[in-house]
Design a protein around this ligand. Structure first.
Ligand code: GAR
Length: 197
C-alpha cells in the first residue's frame, strides 16, 4: 500500500478526490496525513475522512528555510512513499526537495512549461490563449520546471473567467493525479527513472 502525505493551502478539492479514491479497498494507496502551510479549509477533510492532519504555518517561522525544516520533520513522521503538493501555494526550499524528491509531486493548472507559478489559470486567461491544460510534475528546485509526469490540454472557451476555467481544469488534474498514484503503486511509473531522464 503506497503511503501518501498530501500538502495543501486551500479547499483541497483535489485532495478530496484522492481521499474518495482511497476509500475503495482495491485502490493501492492511502492518504496517511494531510498537512498545510496555513489554516487551510481543506484540513477539515481530515476529520471527515478520519485522516490525521498537521499544520506548519509559514508565518510562524522567520524564513522559508526554517519553515521547510519544520515541514520536513512533520512529513517524515508519517513515513510517506510519496508527498503530493495538491494546491500548496508556497515554493518549498531546497532542503524539502532534497528530502523527498523525486517522490515529491505537484499538480499545476496549466500545460507546463506554459504559465508556471502561483497564477497559472489567471495568466492563461490574460495571455488570451485558446488552450491551456493541467500538469503533474516532479518537484525540483525550479519553479514548476520539474520533470513532467502527465499533462493534458484543455480549451479556453470564449467568456471563460479564471474560475470557470479552473473549474474545468481541476477534474483533469484529479484524473492525472489518481492515475499517476495508481501507476506508481503498480510499478508502472518510476519517479526516479523519470527524474533521471
Ligand atoms: C489546483 O488547481 C492546483 O493545481 C493549484 O491549486 C489548486 C488547488 O485546488 N496549484 C497551483 O496553482 C500550484 N502552483 P484545491 O485546493 O481545490 O485542490
Amino acid at each position: 500500500m503506497l503511503k501518501l502525505v498530501v500538502l495543501i493551502s486551500g479547499a483541497g478539492s483535489n485532495l478530496r478526490a484522492l481521499l474518495d479514491a482511497s476509500a475503495d479497498a482495491e485502490f493501492p494507496a492511502r492518504v496517511v496525513a494531510i498537512g498545510a502551510d496555513r489554516d487551510a479549509d481543506g484540513l477539515a477533510l481530515g476529520e471527515e475522512y478520519g485522516v490525521p492532519t498537521f499544520s506548519v504555518p509559514f508565518t510562524a517561522y522567520p524564513d522559508r528555510d526554517s519553515w521547510g525544516d519544520a515541514l520536513i520533520d512533520e512529513v517524515r513522521r508519517w513515513e510517506p512513499d510519496v508527498v503530493v503538493l495538491s494546491g500548496l501555494m508556497r515554493l518549498v526550499p531546497p532542503a524539502v526537495v532534497d528530502a523527498f524528491s523525486p517522490n515529491l509531486i505537484n499538480t499545476h493548472p496549466a500545460y507546463l512549461p506554459e504559465f508556471p507559478g502561483a497564477h497559472g489559470v489567471r495568466d492563461a486567461i490574460a495571455a488570451g490563449v485558446t488552450q491551456t491544460g493541467a500538469s503533474l510534475i516532479v518537484v525540483d528546485n525550479s519553479v514548476d520546471g520539474g520533470p513532467i509526469i502527465a499533462q493534458e490540454r484543455i480549451p479556453v472557451l470564449p467568456g471563460d473567467t479564471e474560475s470557470s476555467l479552473h473549474d474545468r481544469i481541476k477534474p483533469v488534474e484529479r484524473r492525472l493525479l489518481i492515475q499517476a498514484v495508481l501507476d506508481i503503486a503498480n510499478s508502472h511509473l518510476d519517479l526516479k527513472e523519470l527524474a533521471r531522464s
